[in-house]
Design a protein around this ligand. Structure first.
Ligand code: HEM
Ligand code: HEM
Length: 190
């Protein structure tokens, strides 16, 4: 398997970044659900609410860096040809869902960052470094960014559900091995 995408399939870099982002976003949704629903003085899995917020903010900012690398990799490199078992309607859906997922990979961390900075909450990165606040307190901007963050979370969840649903339909019902295009060491085009 080569590092970069080629005519025979996705490269190792695309695959590694894809699964890294998928894992980080799964964590972000889980942490987002836990921290916004727990009592401020409570504990969840041995961690206080402040630690959940810290982990959510810190992992979210690392995810932003990885998303930028991923976007550059996608923009600068080539794309493998479509899987031959996809029909035209599915290609259109995949194209739109991928646009939405890439937009959300940037909009989610940026809106989260703007929300906590304009809201005056700040970021204590991994509990070690207080990041400077480049925005200053700005309540109206904080409310707008929070709204973008919440609506973005719903839109991204729908796009990912559609994306995973399409892959699983091909993998489990049509049995054409679509999932293998994104798995290590196998560039088998179905
Ligand atoms: C990288 C991708 C990110 C994803 C997918 C994500 C997702 C989410 C989700 C699903 C929620 C819970 C919404 C709810 O149920 O009310 C949430 C809440 C929140 N997120 Fe993020 N987030 C990301 C990045 C960030 C970043 C980078 C920050 C800040 C630096 C941040 C700050 C927050 C805060 C403060 C809340 C709580 C909002 C509230 O009080 O209701 N997020 N996020
Ligand atoms: C269990 C979860 C997931 C599965 C099983 C999965 C599976 C796949 C597969 C098999 C492909 C290759 C499709 C093709 O043949 O072109 C793919 C591509 C892609 N996936 Fe996922 N995926 C998952 C989660 C995610 C998440 C969470 C995101 C984004 C937040 C995402 C974004 C993308 C994008 C943008 C592509 C196009 C290739 C690229 O530019 O990186 N996927 N996925």
């Amino acid at each position: 398997m080569s590092l970069l995408n080629s005519a025979s399939g996705y490269g190792g870099l695309t695959k590694a970044l894809h699964w890294l982002i998928a894992g980080m976003f799964a964590f972000q949704y889980a942490a987002g659900a836990v921290m916004t629903r727990m009592a401020p003085s409570g504990m969840a899995l041995g961690l206080p609410q402040s630690a959940w917020y810290n982990w959510h903010k810190s992992i979210g900012l690392v995810a932003l860096t990885i998303a930028l690398v991923r976007l550059a990799n996608r923009r600068l490199g080539e794309l493998p040809p479509w899987a031959p078992t996809l029909v035209d309607g599915e290609k259109r859906f995949i194209h739109r869902a991928e646009q939405l997922m890439y937009a959300a990979m940037l909009a989610m961390p940026v809106s989260g960052f703007v929300y906590v900075m304009a809201g005056g909450y700040g970021v204590h990165l991994f509990g070690h470094w207080h990041l400077p606040n480049p925005i200053g307190e700005w309540p109206l901007l904080a409310s707008a960014a929070k709204l973008v963050h919440l609506i973005g979370a719903i839109a991204l969840a729908l796009a990912v559900l559609g994306h995973v649903g399409l892959v699983l339909r091909h993998q489990l019902l049509l049995r054409d091995g679509l999932l293998h295009r994104m798995l290590p060491r196998r560039n088998r085009t179905p």
